[in-house]
Ligand binder design. Sequence first.
Ligand SMILES: [Zn+2]
Length: 202
Amino acid sequence: MSEYKVHIINTGKVRIEPELAFGGDHCSTPKAASFSIKKSPKISLPVNVFLLETLDKLILLDTGWDRSMSPNGVFDKKTQIKSLGSSLLYHVNQGVVPKGMTASEQVDKLGIKSSDIDYVVISHLDCDHADGLRQFKDAMVARSEYEYAKKHLYIRFKKKWWDGMDLNLYDWNDNQGPFGRSYDLLGDKSIELINIQGHTAE
Ligand SMILES: [Zn+2]
């Protein structure tokens, strides 16, 4: 019998230009931000978070959208701009989280209090991963991701998504994965956070 249980939790959708997800290293910023004259049909992608249950730990990977993105469970331009604190990001991505589907609402439904989660780990600080941070009391993110976000405030990231939170920064302390950088979360090599580069600079 497996010692781990993984809950894949869908917390709504993000609608973007295909260029943003699939533009690769040569991603065109105007095209990805929907400012290009040559527009492609936008695509909707699921915004998923993952709750890992071990024998004695609860670990949440990413937080998805905050309820303030869609107070009524439907797409709402005005409240999205308010939730993210950026009208520029409205052009880059449009998010929606139906009623009952934020990470904390669904964790509640599983009978778990958000305060019982031992580690909230953020893979990177883009809005579809970090907007929902305020649903939880603290979270951890790689220092390299935090430094990258700090360098790109106003364009891609907003400090308000994590401002006032107890954000714990970790440094890579192991060498697993394709880039030889990982973090041994529990200190016993049972769970490794693997660094995968390309989407952010790190
Ligand atoms: Zn991202």
